[in-house]
Design a protein. Structure first.
Length: 655
């Protein structure tokens, strides 16, 4: 091989496979258990920064050598690299939905199309898709594909923009400055758009708010060209590079453990800092004079890194579909996640061998010849090739069938179960009641404040109230049959009629709304499908500011995902120490966070004297017949037990 050929061949940086391996493992662990591996989603900025560096380094090198950039070759390579596996995961997932998960058919055609057009992340934003709901609304197996759309947009726009800047700005320093200004603008936009206690999915998905990670890599590609990096450097420079690498790695590990996916610190500087540290580490790994490339190079990392694209693609479909069939994940977290990991790696290996690699080198001008040979008895294709081809065609046809069928499915119509109808009905009824209840709560709170100014009056009201309960229990009994059947004394039911309660919950509470509000007519319920802690903090503060927050608080959260002790502290701070807080723990055996959520609540009772945990899990866990098929929402049998058990805890009725 002559010198000219050697200069054309780019050095393969094996340490990048190690970084990709760490990134994809972090993402998978986060998706498996966000409560334990809470910073795993930060693997994505690593992918972005590596892509930015490699593409920009390649682009500038080619432009400076040839005076132009070969767009056709670049785009063809990207298409061959990205689309075979993407098409495979889209249509194989669609085929599975057709046969086994038809409740996910709604919008399937739009999901496939927007992924193929690299705009899926914006479709998710426009359609209000949350990245952080882990249980409700039949979690989509395509949620994670937003990253591919951002990468696709980058591959299309950046080479064109870069060539224009190279012609206009010429100097690397100017290119670097413009790129960094764009990156900082993106990070500032993320910080500005972030609003505490509101689902940050818009910011998480947005190209405009996430592009700084890629642009950091681009900026590095401008000032740190791989061709100019030399291995023969002085010992002190090697030590300096390795030390900087250690600092960056430790800093990234620290942020991995500290930054929660919906916390203000992440969106107001945390992800920016992590991306910066990752970019500097990429620079160290790329330098042949440093030792970090060797540190991150080993057979395991090389295998995972080379297959990281397929591993990332297949992780969510495997997890979603596997967990939809396993109803006791909370009891077998480690075992089931090991099974999921094995399945993901196995499918990714098959995809790498039989889809990604062959199609990356396939001459598409010979497509007609290939199919003609495939269907010909005298064709030259091997038996294995024929089997793979026919299986692929079957999956493609089945997947396309799903996309066509999806055009006839109205959004929301896929889940037409008895439970879904009940929850939707309760949600509409609840919305109508809340405006009136808020006004009543404000009025009653004002009256209580006036009564508290006169201690003797307050005592006399208490005495007359107790006497009145006894009298009404005899003369005007309420919920009489309910009380007898579930063991609630009539005096307690009378007290419940005038008890002000503000309730915050998810679809489980919404499922039990009718009977809860039958027992507590003045219960103001702020419950919704998929609700999580982050939104409740803001809602509670809003009601407190209006003077509409009751002295008794009922909370039912944790079904849709775990929450941190810090988030719980924020909510309890809004409630204050004077209010009595009743918190229903969770029974969600189909998710791994069931036990961690309940442990968090139990530990919190030691910090908050005004907190009472209603142990719905222990009370109901041996009664599968009380629940719908999801093992989470009480059915018509379990619903009364849910409501009356909560009522007895609030009313201090001994079972």
């Amino acid at each position: 091989m002559n010198n000219t050929q050697q200069t054309k061949k780019r050095r393969y940086i094996t340490g990048f496979d190690g970084l990709r391996a760490l990134g994809v493992l972090g993402v998978i662990l986060y998706h498996m258990n966000p409560n334990v591996f809470k910073g795993g989603y930060l693997g994505v900025p690593i992918f972005f920064a590596i892509s930015g560096y490699l593409i920009t380094d390649q682009l500038i090198t080619q432009y400076q050598k040839m005076g132009k950039f070969d767009f056709k070759t670049f785009f063809v390579k990207r298409l061959k690299r990205i689309y075979p596996a993407l098409v495979a995961v889209l249509f194989s997932t669609s085929a599975y939905i057709v046969f086994f998960e038809r409740n996910l058919l709604a919008n399937l055609h739009k999901i496939i199309l927007t992924n193929l057009l690299n705009v899926y992340n914006w479709w998710q934003i426009v359609n209000g898709q949350s990245y952080f709901e882990r249980f409700a609304n039949n979690e989509s197996p395509f949620t994670h594909l937003w990253t591919l759309s951002i990468e696709g947009q980058f591959y299309i726009v950046w080479p064109i923009l870069m060539v224009c800047m190279l012609k206009l700005l010429k100097k690397r320093s100017r290119l670097f400055n413009v790129t960094m200004v764009l990156a900082i603008f993106s990070a500032v936009l993320m910080a500005i758009l972030y609003q505490p206690h509101i689902d940050p999915s818009r910011i998480y998905y947005g190209t405009d708010t996430r592009m700084f990670s890629i642009l950091f890599g681009c900026a590095l590609g401008i000032v740190w060209p791989s061709e100019r990096l030399r291995a023969d450097i002085e010992a002190r420079d090697r030590v300096l590079l390795d030390t900087i690498g250690i600092v960056c790695f430790v800093g990234m590990a620290f942020l991995f453990m500290q930054l929660t996916d919906q916390g203000a610190a992440l969106y107001r500087g945390g992800m920016f800092l992590f991306s910066f540290l990752a970019t500097v580490l990429i620079a160290i790994v790329a330098h042949p004079g440093a030792d970090w490339n060797g540190v991150l190079t080993n057979p395991i990392f090389s295998w995972i890194g080379s297959r990281s694209y397929g591993i990332y693609l297949y992780q969510f479909p495997v997890m979603i579909f596997f967990e939809s069939k396993m109803t006791n994940i909370a009891d077998h977290q480690v075992l089931y996640h090991v099974i999921e990991a094995v399945m993901i790696l196995l499918i990714s290996e098959l995809s790498f061998r039989y889809i990604e690699q062959p199609l990356a080198h396939f001459d598409y001008s010979q497509t007609g010849v290939f199919f003609k040979s495939l269907f010909s008895r005298k064709g030259t294709q091997s038996r294995r090739t024929r089997i793979i081809a026919f299986v692929s065609m079957f999956i493609l046809v089945a997947g396309m069938t799903g996309a066509v069928q999806a055009t006839t499915v109205k959004p929301g119509a896929a889940n037409n179960s008895q439970l879904a109808k009940k929850i939707n009905k309760n949600k509409k009824a609840n919305a109508k009641r809340n405006t009136k209840l808020i006004q009543e709560a404000k009025k009653e709170n004002r009256q209580k404040k006036l009564a508290q100014k006169n201690a003797s009056l307050s005592r006399s009201l208490s005495i007359s109230s107790s006497q009145e309960l006894e009298s009404r229990a005899k003369s005007h009994p309420v919920n009489e049959q309910l009380g007898k059947q579930y063991g609630i004394p009539q005096t307690a039911l009378q007290a419940a009629q005038n008890m002000q309660i503000t309730a915050f919950g998810d679809s489980v509470m919404l499922d039990g709304q009718n009977m809860l509000q039958q027992i507590f007519p003045k219960m103001l319920m702020k419950a919704d499908v998929g609700k999580q802690m982050v939104s409740v903090i803001g809602e509670a503060k809003g009601l407190a500011d209006q003077g509409a927050l009751a002295d008794n608080i009922l909370v039912g959260l944790g079904t849709n995902g775990p929450f941190t002790p810090e988030q719980m502290d924020q909510l309890m701070a809004v409630f204050g120490p004077e209010r009595k807080v009743y918190w229903i723990n969770v029974r969600v055996p189909t998710r791994e966070w069931q036990n961690p959520v309940n442990d968090t609540l139990n530990r919190a009772t030691k910090r908050y004297k005004n907190l009472v945990v209603i142990d719905w899990f222990d009370y109901s866990n041996s009664h599968d017949d009380w629940f719908y098929a999801d093992r989470v929402h009480p059915n018509t049998v379990g619903g009364p037990y849910y409501a009356t058990y909560i009522a007895k805890q609030i009313l201090n009725v001994k079972s």
